[in-house]
Design a protein around this ligand. Sequence first.
Ligand code: ADP
Ligand code: MG
Length: 330
Amino acid sequence: MQWEVVIGLETHAQLQTQSKIFSGASTRFGAEPNTQACAVDLALPGVLPVLNRHAVEHAIRFGLAVGATISPASIFARKNYFYPDLPKGYQISQFEIPVVQGGTIDILVDGQSKTINLTRAHLEEDAGKSLHEDFQGMSGIDLNRAGTPLLEIVSEPDMRSAEEARAYVSKLRTILRYIGSCDGNMEQGSLRADVNVSVRRPGEGLGTRCEIKNVNSIRFIGQAIDVEARRQIGILEDGGKIDQETRLFDPGKGETRSMRSKEEAHDYRYFPDPDLLPLEFDQAFVDALKAQLPELPDAKRARFIAEYGLPPYDAGVLAMERASADFFEQ
Ligand code: ADP
Ligand code: MG
């Protein structure tokens, strides 16, 4: 009897703002460690976060590009946990009401089109980075990344194969690049995916999932899914059961490893951040952003087929990057 693989993705996109989401420090990549962390990013006593308007604009632009509902009022929450690269002891995120709700992304696999539903997209700040190389028996902390604006984009568990997941991330990256919200550079970590995988017999309810953290290339996302699905099928066929847990993908060994079980899972004690006002804007603000949206990849592809009689495949390849599409039409 066959197994069906079920996949849902949580993707973090670093937004292309000049400064951080709640401070004026620069977000430029590749600076010397700890040269771009100001008092707010370091969480010194008495500092107050101030929301970066451009981060909000990027989130709204993304929501519009995927046909989502934009919440005219949302709030920021504190997600509490301890980690050396998080000096505040909490990450500012959005919990109950995200700024972007729903939306869809269409993917093309083997010439077949499929719609993947989005659950939500919310604004949050990135944490710093722990550096384990170059420090014998110790770790270094680089807080340059602390406070970098992120849009976390959560999909419904709508994907059914590694190919579909790869096509989804690739399409998501194309859209983010078109609207100028994220450079999509997975190697530098500006786009990162947490991959949720479960398996089931066709027709059954959802199986227990495992979440593979922080996979940083489209190829690895595909490999991680195949390896993890095989592991789960092996356990179930031996009469075992899947424990819900967080796992890491090791591309060198071609395996996933347990990081923490559900019992050890964080209790983040989310609560509204008293330092920040609710995020509120009017429809005119949204409409102005909508008016500036570029022609999006699906529309461009369709127009290339209709207007120039291009074969659908060629039109798709050209429309994948805004630069190649513009070059074609010059
Ligand atoms: P959490 O916030 O605890 O990570 P969510 O319910 O918000 O949990 O789901 C997170 C991600 O996991 C979503 O992308 C969702 O589509 C996916 N997901 C949920 N259940 C399953 C499942 N049974 N199999 C695969 N993916 C799943
Ligand atoms: Mg999760």
